[in-house]
Design a protein around this ligand. Structure first.
Ligand code: MN
Length: 201
């Protein structure tokens, strides 16, 4: 059964002014669509068909087309879900406690996450992950890799991700990745991050 590109959970213009409409249209409608189609092509007729995307990221890891496009498919689904209009600011719930336990404060967490996202050379992602037991950790990965893949990043369950590929910000921010990262903190959907924390802890 083929994977499908789900519609965004909000309008293309909903994340303005932090992420512009045109970027969202191209990012979801072209980039995410391409990862989805290319993943389907890469698994068609193989024994990876009919497995969950989480299983495919592990068992298909040694196949570059599966790794790259499976990662792209999964990562963007996660990304859209952890963004929301009228969101951001300090976290709440269990995640807030876990962030304070690991980083002392939300401000310190932002510093660490910003450093991870801004020092990723070239294309990739910054992640906040949870380990079994509830401890959270920040890491970054290259290209469309993520921490569910064997031996990649901190190895936890990703609960928050930031896409730092140029396609995620270049139309509006050009070379100013730090400004895009700063804007991201106004969009974090902490309700969804708490859900993922509960799922992965
Ligand atoms: Mn992207």
């Amino acid at each position: 059964m083929a994977f499908t590109l789900a519609p965004l959970p909000y309008a293309y213009n909903a994340l303005e002014p932090y992420i512009d409409t045109k970027t969202m249209e191209i990012h979801h409608g072209k980039h995410h669509a391409a990862y989805t189609n290319n993943l389907n092509a890469a698994i068609a007729g193989t024994d990876l068909e009919n497995h969950s995307i989480e299983e495919i990221l592990v068992t298909g890891f040694d196949k570059p087309a599966v790794r790259n496009n499976g990662g792209g498919y999964y990562n963007h689904n996660l990304f859209w879900s952890v963004l929301a209009p009228k969101a951001g600011g300090a976290p709440s719930g269990e995640v807030a406690e876990a962030i304070n336990a690991a980083f002392v404060s939300y401000e310190k967490f932002k510093e660490e996450f910003t450093k991870s996202a801004s020092t990723r050379f070239g294309s990739g992602w910054a992640w906040l992950c949870v380990h079994k037991g509830g401890k959270v950790e920040i890491c970054s990965t290259a290209n469309q890799d993520n921490t569910l893949m064997p031996g990649i990043g901190c190895g936890g369950f990703p609960i928050l991700g930031l896409d730092v590929w140029e396609h995620a910000y270049y139309l509006n921010y050009q070379n100013r990745r730090p400004d895009y990262i700063a804007a991201f903190y106004n969009l974090i959907n902490w309700v969804e991050v708490n859900k993922r924390y509960a799922q992965g802890k």
